[in-house]
Each structure stands twice: as C-alpha cells, then as structure tokens.
Design a protein around this ligand. Structure first.
Ligand SMILES: [Zn+2]
Length: 90
C-alpha cells in the first residue's frame, strides 16, 4: 500500500525539525529516492521458533541514488504513527 499523498512532506519536515542532515552520511550527496511504501523491519528471536507474522518496527526508507545507502527511519520514533490520509490510489 502506498503511503498517503502528504506523508513524504510530513516525514521530511520531521527530519528537518530534528536536525537530520540532507546529505548522505556515506557520499555526502543530496540525491535521494523516497520509498513510497512502508517498510517492516522484522524483529526475530533466534532462540525460539520464528513466529508468523513476526513483530516488526514500522519504518520508511530513503535510498541514496549515488551510493545506494539505505536510510531506515522508525515511524514511531518520529511520532508518525498511525499513518493517516489518502493514497494515490484513492
Ligand atoms: Zn550516498
């Protein structure tokens, strides 16, 4: 499911308000692709059988178009949960 239309701007505003640099920490360029889908970072306890569905950290990702670095941000830490708003698909 695509993220809501206005989500990208709200997300970028949060990063700006928190002093996150626009430039990639690896190559120092500002050339990002925003992944317009939620990313679920799975949490796994390797000492037990894997549970399905696995608990996860709801996240969003940005990919540096120059070096491929993937920035992954916790939506909860940025106070962006629950995600609300319309999508491109209506
Ligand atoms: Zn980079």
């Amino acid at each position: 499911m695509s993220l809501p239309n206005d989500f990208r701007q709200r997300f970028l505003n949060e990063l700006r308000n928190r002093g996150v640099s626009n430039n990639c920490e690896l190559c120092n360029q500002n050339n990002w692709a925003f992944v317009n889908e939620g990313v679920a970072l799975n949490i796994t306890d390797f000492s037990t059988n894997v549970r399905i569905p696995q608990p996860n950290i709801p996240s969003v990702a940005m990919i540096c178009n120059n070096c491929g670095n993937i920035r992954l941000f916790s939506l909860g830490a940025l106070n962006l949960l629950p995600i609300q708003g319309g999508t491109d698909n209506g």
